[in-house]
Design a protein around this ligand. Sequence first.
Ligand SMILES: [Zn+2]
Length: 190
Amino acid sequence: MNAPDHTRFRVAVAPGELRIVQELLNSASISKAGGDVPDLLDAPDTAARWLAAYGIPGDSPGVGDLRTLRDALRRSLIERDHDPAGDTTPAAVETTVRVRLDADGAVHIGPGSTGIPALGERVLLAVHEAQLTGAWRRVKLCRNPQCLVAFWDGSRNTSGVWHDVRTCGNVANLRKSRARRAARAATAES
Ligand SMILES: [Zn+2]
């Protein structure tokens, strides 16, 4: 299987099914120095390539719903980590899953659909499980507003904020130290 997207931005990859969530989040158009990265689910040819990695034919219906789900998840992460007081209202997304009681008494939850809707259900189930285990706190969008790439925060105390400290982190630190220098210069003059 060709993983479509996790190497797109050289980010730390989330484990298990959360990797699909991360890949979906990073299929969005993301602004980058040197040119914006296009929305992979927008053009039919890139969408077909992205979906093929999950064994889904490119002309399957439901790409629009998948983008809606992706954008709602991105908005909810921005609201959680970047802008808690923001006035964005994440859209509610609803879908159908299948719950099965096996002969051995184990209960399994899985997609209730096929094709693209099933992929969306896998994404929602992965998010649900991660919310139960606490792993969802580790799926983040880079704090750099010019970046917002989804990354897995593997740090011990879940304190990571940059998808890459050397790039986005350095830009922010440079900005901060410039501001500090300017403030010092202003105090020295007065
Ligand atoms: Zn970044």
